[in-house]
Ligand binder design. Structure first.
Ligand code: SF4
Length: 268
């Protein structure tokens, strides 16, 4: 006769969710004020946006057939993956310098209930959770927020072409609402805006006015040019960055300009 504990474990496993991811790996955070902190990254599949500079287009497919666990030897597995299986990899990838688990994408809110289950399990293992989101759904963000210690929330600019012009105001208001929820719930909140050439001071001013009363870290991240575009055509120059940073500084206390450092390090 199996022991009660064993039976309960089996029942719990049978009830656990499955979802679609593209990969899980250990690396250093490459963006924002936590750059250089060791994390286990779970890259979720699917994203409803279409930013022109997207550096993970492969992660926008919501139902990829396979996912990869990057250990000493990469190992490819069939999707969907269960929470239980994923947590086994989290344990294997755990290192003494671990800061947190990064829920990234694609867009993790695209798999909100799956993310919530994994984050709850991670919390029960005394791990910290860090979500990186484009903030497209305040409703989904609210449903997972209590599991998170850190949230890095993007505000997309109109010329990022993340959505059609008619849908931009809805995307913007959802992102601002996500930021308010994160701050209200005591989450360490980072707001990231990717700055491209000719990003207007007026647009940054409008955003910073909307966030002025909130305790956030505000990151202007100069875009990394995708392979098919010339850096000189889209990366903002130092004078532009000074102007944008100074504008943000009129409204917010913690303003920083930080590029994607993992690109310099040539790591994922
Ligand atoms: S939100 Fe992120 S994953 Fe989605 S298209 Fe934009 S850069 Fe790519």
């Amino acid at each position: 006769m199996p022991e009660v504990k064993e039976v309960l474990k089996r029942v719990k496993n049978a009830e656990m969710k499955k979802g679609y991811i593209t990969e899980i790996f250990s690396s250093f955070q490459g963006e924002g004020p936590y750059a250089g902190r060791r994390q286990i990254f779970i890259r979720f599949a699917g994203c409803p946006l279409s930013c022109f500079y997207c550096d993970t287009p492969y992660a926008r497919d919501p139902t990829p057939g396979f996912w990869t666990a990057h250990k000493k030897k990469p190992c490819t597995k069939r999707n969907p993956v269960s929470t239980n299986e994923l947590m086994e990899y989290v344990k294997e990838l755990h290192t003494p310098d671990l800061h947190s688990i990064s829920y990234t994408g694609g867009e993790p809110l695209f798999s909100a209930s799956f993310v919530k289950e994994i984050a709850t399990e991670a919390k029960s293992m005394q791990l910290k959770n860090f979500i990186e989101t484009n903030g497209y759904s305040a409703k989904d963000f609210a449903s997972v927020a209590d599991c998170f210690d850190f949230a890095s929330i993007d505000i997309k600019l109109r010329n990022h072409r993340a959505v059609e012009e008619k849908d931009y105001d809805k995307l913007y208001s959802n992102a601002v609402e996500c930021i308010r929820i994160a701050v209200d719930r005591g989450i360490g909140t980072i707001v990231k805006v990717v700055a491209i050439k000719n990003t207007s001071v007026e647009e940054i001013e409008e955003i910073c006015r909307d966030l002025a009363d909130l305790n956030i870290k505000f990151v202007l991240q100069p875009v990394t040019a995708p392979p098919d575009l010339q850096s000189a055509d889209i990366v903002p120059g130092i004078k532009e960055l000074f102007a944008l940073s100074e504008t943000a500084g009129l409204f917010l206390q913690h303003v920083m300009v930080i590029p994607q450092v993992h690109k310099f390090m040539r790591i994922p």
